[in-house]
Write a protein that binds this ligand. Structure first.
Ligand code: COA
Length: 322
């Protein structure tokens, strides 16, 4: 048996906010943002939340996979920006789509959330604990960034992507997985929005935002992502030449260019959509995957490396034969 992605979908907010729009409300420019990150536009929610985007992505993925909600027995959502602390986004999605036979929970692994969800679903299915999983990366980071901090707020966007992952009797599918965490390095990217608030202390209504030491995160990503890609290939006995596509977390085009250079793999093999979405954290890989799938850029038999990295610190990769 192997584990295959049999359907993908995305849920994208309608509203587009361009760099020029941001330049009207803060001291920035399209030139600064685009030259450092590759971003021109990002989508942003107005009324809908993380769950609504996740539900749209899930329904689209189920439709493409041709499965009913009752067939899903596992739902995992990678998110750091759920609408509520609890119930989990996954349980909310379960209710909305009627996946009555599923166990559902969230994973908090920052921008690696979708990869960790995919790898977890792989483990569940291979061990016999599940047969058909819905995995989702969904975020509304626009509510977590500090809109007075131009060095971070311009980088992020909202969105969701989903995939149906199923155990099937065939060749290919997930060939190998790799994943890592470094909690000691976690201070460079934080969202401390749950401060102590109880009768024992003087309650100060402090508000915390997403905070990032951009250059440290950059250095971490360009060092660990190539290593992790090599690791997952070694596990499967494959070489870089055998990979058709590298679908990386869309944090910054310069990070992706640096990974391409370090691996000595041409940029043509690294598809990007960051220009239109910004960094949608756990949602970026499944949104890009759905676009590639929909446009026919992924063909049966293609060898694909997915790799994510982010808060935790966390990073991981999944090697798939489509
Ligand atoms: N518009 C205009 N100027 C800006 C700006 C903005 N939006 N944000 C910061 N600046 C200014 C700074 O104030 C600084 O000015 P100064 O030199 O006068 O102090 C200057 O631009 C350079 O800032 P710096 O932070 O050194 O820029 P940088 O070249 O490191 O680029 C990032 C910043 C965030 C784009 C870059 O560090 C990065 O991409 N890091 C990775 C972040 C990431 O991908 N995180 C998610 C991982 S999951």
């Amino acid at each position: 048996m192997t584990v295959k992605i049999i359907g993908t979908g995305r849920g994208i907010p309608e509203n587009i906010v361009s760099n020029d729009d941001l330049a009207k409300i803060m001291d920035t420019s399209d030139e600064w943002i685009h030259s450092r990150t590759g971003i021109h536009n990002r989508h942003m929610v107005k009324e809908e939340g993380t769950t609504a985007l996740a539900v749209t992505a899930s329904k689209n993925a189920m439709k493409k996979a041709g499965i009913s909600p009752e067939e899903i027995d596992l739902i995992i959502v990678g998110t750091v920006s759920g609408d509520m602390c609890f119930p989990s986004t996954a349980c909310q999605v379960q209710a909305a789509i009627g996946a009555v036979n599923a166990v559902a929970y969230d994973i908090s692994a920052g921008c690696s959330g979708f990869i960790f969800a995919l790898n977890a679903a792989y483990g569940y299915i291979m061990s016999g604990m599940a047969k058909c999983a819905l995995i989702i990366g969904a975020e509304t980071l626009s509510k977590m960034v500090d809109w007075n901090d131009r060095s971070t707020c311009v980088l992020f966007g909202d969105g969701a992507g989903a995939a149906i992952v199923k155990g099937v009797e065939s060749e290919g599918g997930v060939l190998a997985v790799a994943q890592h965490s470094d909690g000691a390095g976690g201070d460079v990217l934080t969202g401390k929005n749950r401060n102590v608030r109880n009768p024992l202390i003087d309650n100060k209504e402090e508000v915390f935002y997403l905070e990032m030491e951009g250059q440290e995160v950059f250095k971490f990503a360009v060092k660990m992502v190539p290593k992790c890609i090599q690791e997952v290939l070694e596990k499967a006995g494959k070489t870089l030449d055998e990979v058709d596509l590298f679908v990386l977390h869309q944090a910054n085009c310069r990070i992706i260019e640096s990974v391409s250079k370090r691996l000595k793999v041409p940029m043509e093999k690294f598809p990007m959509n960051i220009e239109n979405f910004g960094n949608t954290s756990a949602a970026s890989i499944p949104i890009l995957l759905d676009e590639l799938n929909e446009s026919g850029k992924i063909k049966e038999g293609d060898t694909i490396v997915f790799s994510g990295f982010g808060a935790g610190l966390t990073w991981g990769a999944t090697l798939v034969q489509w």
